[in-house]
Design a protein. Structure first.
Length: 194
């Protein structure tokens, strides 16, 4: 038996054992969730209507400029779209607060700090020729606003908060082949009884 064969016979089981231990540790180790906090997905009224189901392959909506630029190949000519979505939420506080020296503060609960926020979006896509499509989009991917009453118990932490983000997207797509990249499947209909 050569030295190389014996090393391979020993190293492979050890590598699999180490991999199994690493995967098991990753599965049982508690982790904190990393979420998108203030992310807004309200960039398409049509997408919201279908709860963004199939948004990776959905066509006929200029918001594909942001959601899936490859789908611009399904848009013919120039398409312009503007959406406005209103988000209405409630934010109420319960609890207590202290000042910088640890003394309790007096005051109310701040009322309902929530509000109604309009979230605008604008998209334009144009077909340059049979293969090239260009698109532009303006949207608000993140945002949040609260407004608590003056004199509330948490007045030293926040009265008004306003987080806004605007994203400008430039997209392009190019058809590599003459055939459509989208496959359509039709199922045969059931035979009718005579």
């Amino acid at each position: 038996m050569s030295m190389r064969t014996s090393f391979t016979q020993v190293a492979r089981p050890l590598a699999f054992a180490a991999l199994a231990v690493a995967v098991s540790a990753a599965l049982v180790t508690p982790r904190t969730a990393q979420a998108s906090a203030f992310q807004l997905k309200e960039n398409s009224a049509k997408g919201l209507g279908r709860a963004f189901a199939g948004s990776g392959a959905a066509a006929g909506d200029a918001s594909v400029v942001v959601n899936n630029p490859a789908a611009m190949t399904l848009l013919k000519g120039t398409v312009v779209q503007a959406d406005v979505t209103a988000i209405n939420f409630s934010a109420r506080f319960s609890g207590s607060a202290t000042d910088a020296f640890g003394r309790p503060l007096s005051g109310g609960d701040g009322g309902d700090a929530g509000t109604t926020i309009p979230v605008p979006a604008f998209f334009a896509a144009t077909q340059i020729n049979d293969r090239v499509h260009l698109g532009f989009g303006l949207s608000a991917p993140f945002g949040f606003r609260t407004n608590y009453d003056y004199g509330w118990v948490g007045r030293y932490n926040a009265l008004k908060s306003d987080f806004q983000s605007v994203a400008a997207t430039f997209s392009g797509s190019y058809d590599l082949t003459d055939d459509s990249p989208w496959v359509q499947v039709s199922l045969p209909s059931a035979p009718r009884p005579n």
